[in-house]
Design a protein around this ligand. Structure first.
Ligand code: GLA
Length: 752
């Protein structure tokens, strides 16, 4: 790993064992992009990659025969408006009214390691693990400085980038566009995959071929959103899960974002990612700086699974700051779908007692424990335990739960307030709203103005007070509405374009304070399910509630889609009751568990309502998860069969040393007289022999599938045809819809 600087050519080659990223100063002093992809040899001069030329109707920079057009050069941080007609990365409104900037290269620095960006979620790495390049550019006319930051990592095919703009003049300017990343690729032979959906069906992969024009996803909701995720993949058309090239771009940010690909007339693809420029301006006074969020770029030539595995490891090793990053997650029970708002201490303790008997390790009290919050109409913002429900408060309840032998977790929604609350009555101006205009409500609640430090301070005090006096091991931090009427009563008119970004900075500051004050607490983020499942949140909360949709069949798609960008250890997944609350479907408990294992795992139902037989299954599922959670949450995860393509789904996880693996195989709808099927596994050691067992989804009924070599299992595959079951096969597959089975693989020394 390293950064090679060719001083004479003014070019920079960032490389590790697998990837190269090469950039150079262009004739006009701006930065040009030469190459991004699989590692290539270093050479003194790669400028022939630039391919710039004058074409008919090009605007040229010099008209003396040496001219060139920025429109035809691939750039690192381009500007619209001066011979480049594509959308740029930066735009700054100056006192004159001009928005054009022209940053010219001045120099660079390098340093070992990677530092955090202050106040923003960002990767961090020790000196031996990464190297950082800082390019310094200036616009002498506008008196602005631009710093472009790049970090290359030793062990992962990842480059993280960000930009910083400083006003070195006396006059204030307004940054109206400042993307975190721009990458001009030399061709457009790519499939674009975005992860989109809505509440209850988050992050479904959507694929289409890039064409001339603009393709984009983004959010203007103030949170990264259920609708689109700040993560996009560009893959070569022939690339699939197991092979081929792909690029991943992830924004380490939780607010409004834009990721777009602009394919120009000549097939060049310009990828940009950053804060959405719509409703964004940043007023930059004398000597002030604006730091963009960080964006991550990853390259894989091992297919989409290879790309996902890099991200999974990278987030665990370099992004998640929590002490929980690499620790198996507790099996918990959450009372939300068990009781909704209808609970008291006695009822909660009854659920908890049953849960302890089933081996569950943590009890989580969800919404409704505070103020006048007996429904979603009131009480948000009043973080005082409701004594009529909990006579000894959260302190008392948490102690009682611990006395039962479980840890205790608590739900909070710090960023919100119901108009019917003491907080709102005493501070009506603390919400985001435009004075004199209607303030829209969602779920009867308003968004607190987290751009104001005093609001964040108030919430910090209220929540840390409850946490400090109680026995709290886990916090579920919810956010149940997006922002409307984005305006802060505390900011000057010229700063109103900052509110969306300042809001999320306020959220990060509260996360930072709470996670630092309570370093052992496991945080789970949530936004009406998975409405803020992004790399920014992961930095503080190592797991996220993936979706409010807990139906096993729907969850297959949601968790499968989420796994493209996020590690299994981050995917909050619970077994809930049937008929399922969101879709009314009845699925076997074993299948609900077999889906939820591939995440953090827990329960979201009243165990007192189960039969003795079902409770026995719950005990078995819990024991199974405890035994295999390390393998599941931290192994190499492979998507095998997509639930988006038929009535079958399969995924698996393999331990780092390849000695153990667990496969989850699911049948959604059953069909009569089906064709023969094989399930080809992945990630095993070809020459190792594995003892294979088949288990039902609840981890019971273990049956031997014999001993098989890794190559056999990967290239020939497991025989999964239903016709193979019954009399002749080793295992009688369950018949019917929504069934599941698990294959457990343990390598043995020799084939007997
Ligand atoms: C959101 C969450 C749920 C639950 C409710 C409580 O919808 O996603 O899990 O916590 O809020 O109001």
């Amino acid at each position: 790993m390293g950064i090679i600087v060719h001083e004479a050519q003014k070019s920079f080659h960032l490389y590790n064992g697998e990837i190269s990223y090469i950039l150079a100063v262009l004739p006009d002093g701006s930065m040009g992009q030469l190459y991004c992809g699989k590692r290539i040899h270093d050479r003194e001069d790669y400028s022939y990659f630039l391919e710039g030329c004058i074409r008919s109707h090009s605007a040229v920079i010099e008209d003396d025969g040496t001219g060139y057009s920025l429109e035809h050069l691939r750039q690192e941080y381009p500007v619209y408006g001066s011979s480049d007609y594509r959308l740029g990365a930066v735009e700054i409104l100056q006192g004159s009214g001009s928005r054009l900037v022209n940053f010219v290269y001045e120099g660079y620095t390098t340093e070992a390691g990677k530092r955090m960006l202050p106040g923003l979620p960002s990767a961090v790495a020790k000196e031996a693990d990464a190297e950082t390049l800082r390019l310094i550019l200036r616009d002498p006319a506008a008196l602005l400085k631009l710093e472009l930051l790049y970090t290359i990592f030793e062990k992962e095919n990842v480059i993280v980038r960000s930009a910083r703009i400083t006003n070195e003049g006396n006059e204030a300017v307004d940054v109206t566009r400042a993307m975190s990343l721009c990458l001009d690729l030399p061709d457009a032979e790519y499939d674009w995959i975005q992860f989109s959906g809505s509440w209850g069906r988050e992050r479904f992969p959507r694929l289409h071929r890039l064409e001339q024009g603009i393709c984009s996803v983004g959010s203007l909701r103030g949170n990264s959103s259920h609708q689109h995720n700040p993560f996009v993949i560009l893959k070569r058309p022939h690339t699939d899960e197991m092979q081929g090239e792909a690029l991943g771009i992830s924004l380490i940010y939780s607010g409004n974002f834009l990721i777009q690909a602009e394919v120009d007339t000549y097939g060049v693809t310009r990828m940009t990612a950053g804060i959405h420029p719509e409703w964004f301006t940043w007023h930059l006074g004398k000597s002030a700086s604006f730091q963009t969020p960080e964006a991550l770029l990853t390259f894989s030539n091992k297919g989409l699974n290879g790309l996902s595995q890099t991200l999974h490891r990278f987030y665990r090793d370099y992004l998640i700051r929590s002490s929980w990053a690499l620790r198996p997650r507790p099996v918990l029970i959450n009372n939300w779908e068990a009781t909704f708002f209808d609970f008291n201490e006695e009822k909660l303790l009854r659920i908890a007692k049953k849960a302890v008997e089933c081996g569950v390790e943590m009890f989580v009290l969800d919404d409704g424990w505070f103020g006048g919050r007996r429904s979603d109409c009131a009480g948000l913002g009043d973080w005082t335990p409701a004594r009529e429900l909990l006579p000894d408060g959260i302190k008392g309840l948490s102690e009682k739960i611990e006395a039962l032998g479980m840890r205790f977790g608590l739900w909070i929604e710090p960023e919100m307030v119901n108009p019917d609350s003491d907080l709102f009555r005493s501070h009506p101006d603390w919400i985001l709203h435009i004075p004199g205009r209607r303030a829209s409500l969602t779920r009867h609640q308003c968004v607190l103005d987290f751009s104001r430090p005093e609001v964040v301070e108030h919430i910090y005090r209220a929540l840390s007070g409850v946490i400090r006096e109680s026995r709290i091991s886990y916090i579920k931090w919810d956010m149940n509405r997006s922002i409307t009427e984005c305006f802060s009563a505390a900011l000057a008119p010229e700063r109103q374009g900052e509110v969306f970004h300042r809001y999320i900075l306020g959220v990060y500051s509260l996360y930072e304070r709470l996670t630092q004050a309570f370093p052992d607490i496991l945080f789970e983020s949530c936004a009406g399910g998975g409405g803020r499942f992004d790399a920014g949140m992961l930095c503080y909360a190592p797991q996220a509630w993936c979706s409010d949709n807990t139906d096993a069949v729907e969850r297959m798609k949601i968790q499968y889609g989420t796994s493209y960008g996020y590690p299994v250890s981050s995917i909050g997944s619970h077994v809930s009751a049937v008929p399922n609350d969101q879709v009314g479907r009845i699925t076997p408990l074993a299948t609900r568990a077999a889906v939820a294992y591939f995440g953090t795992f827990g329960y979201e139902l009243d165990l007192n309502l189960l039969t003795e037989e079902e409770l026995e299954e719950v005990r078995s599922c819990t024991a199974f998860m405890k035994e295999y959670r390390e393998l599941i949450q931290f192994g190499d995860f492979y998507r095998l069969v997509s639930p988006f393509e038929g009535d079958e789904m399969a995924w698996m996880t393999v331990s780092e040393d390849g000695s153990r693996a667990l496969v989850g195989h699911y049948r959604i709808l059953n069909h009569a007289n089906e064709p023969f099927t094989r399930l080809r596994l992945a990630g095993l050691k070809e020459d190792s022999c594995y003892e294979v067992s088949i288990l039902s989804g609840d981890g019971k009924n273990e049956v031997s599938y014999g001993k098989h070599f890794g190559d056999e299992l990967m290239h020939a595959g497991l025989v999964t045809s239903t016709v193979y079951s019954g009399k002749t096969g080793p295992y009688a597959r369950p018949s019917g819809d929504f069934t599941s089975e698990l294959y457990l693989l343990r390598s043995i020394d020799a084939y007997e």
